[in-house]
Design a binder for this molecule. Structure first.
Ligand code: ADP
Ligand code: MG
Length: 282
């Protein structure tokens, strides 16, 4: 029996590709034959939408689980994309306030997921753009944190706050929590600025940089509208190939040499070598 490894995808900044990362990695891991559960922990329910479900039509959602009304098993739905989903609705917005009055409020998701962990190989939690009690629940339930980062000026400021929160969680509710690293998203390796920001964040906070970075691609914007991730709608784009390679690396699968060659050939992709001095990179 396997017990799922649980990843929280978190960054309190919006628009850094948290939801895209969760949907794409989940789809790629399903393709690899892994049993995957994704958890939508954002009241905006973008992940739920992007996997083809209409939040307004759902009778039960993660909200009911967090309030202790039903078990996670009763709320999990399967998706056409492959992974199972614990869906969100806008009701989740009210959950934050209700959880605040509860004892053990940071542990609610962890306990709910304990019930289903033996059914999956990987659980991915999509956090909303806050460091509130929902994100604390995600970090308390997770083994690892992945921090998607759009490499632009001042990106590092949010990372410091997030890491402070992670350290609090490590001290108080989840000593096992591990920061896997930052994942460069919307990445344009051709610009010196992007690479300099990334190197700065990695060195400043002592964080690993996950590889490959996810290239910026217009196809990502189109996918959620069709209810499928880019993994289905644009399989051979650099973004999809990068997520597939990353998914394989997460579960220790050997690299697909074709994917590596494809990314290397893609204009703008450049291996990140953090051993180079920053001034050479910039
Ligand atoms: P978050 O969940 O962090 O708020 P999203 O995953 O919703 O971020 O992504 C924000 C926007 O950026 C969406 O419109 C999404 O389609 C787009 N996007 C995500 N990844 C990429 C990419 N690699 N290239 C281009 N657009 C992207
Ligand atoms: Mg999101």
């Amino acid at each position: 029996m396997t017990i799922a490894r649980t990843y929280a995808v978190a960054n309190q900044k919006g628009g850094v590709a948290k939801t895209t990362t969760v949907a794409s990695l989940a789809s790629a891991l399903s393709e690899l034959g892994k049993r995957v559960l994704v958890v939508d922990l954002d009241p905006q329910a973008c992940l739920t939408f992007s996997l083809g479900l209409d939040p307004d039509s759902l009778d039960l959602s993660i909200h009911d689980v967090l309030l202790g009304r039903v078990s996670a098993r009763m709320v999990v739905v399967s998706t056409a994309e492959g992974p199972d989903l614990l869906p969100a609705t806008i009701e989740l917005a009210g959950c934050e306030a209700m959880l605040l009055t509860k004892t053990g409020r940071e542990y609610v998701l962890r306990h709910a997921l304990d019930e289903v962990r033996d059914r999956y190989d990987v659980i991915l939690i999509d956090c909303g753009p806050t460091l509130g009690v929902l994100t604390l629940n995600a970090l308390t339930a997770a083994d690892d944190v992945i921090v998607p980062l759009q490499c632009e000026t001042l990106s590092h400021r949010g990372v410091g706050q997030l890491l402070d929160t992670v350290h609090d969680v490590q001290r108080l509710t989840n000593p096992q929590l591990h920061v896997l690293g930052v994942l460069p998203t919307l990445y344009d390796g051709r610009t010196n600025h992007t690479r300099a920001v990334l190197a700065d964040v990695a060195l400043r906070y002592g964080l690993d940089v996950l590889d490959p970075p996810i290239p910026r691609s217009i196809r990502f914007a189109e996918a959620p509208a069709i209810g499928h991730s880019i993994m289905r709608t644009a399989r051979r784009t650099p973004g999809a190939v990068a997520y597939r390679l990353l998914a394989g690396r997460l579960v220790g699968a050997p690299d697909d040499p074709e994917a590596v060659a494809f990314l290397a050939a893609h204009a703008g992709h450049r291996q990140i070598d953090l051993t180079e001095p920053a001034r050479d990179r910039a």
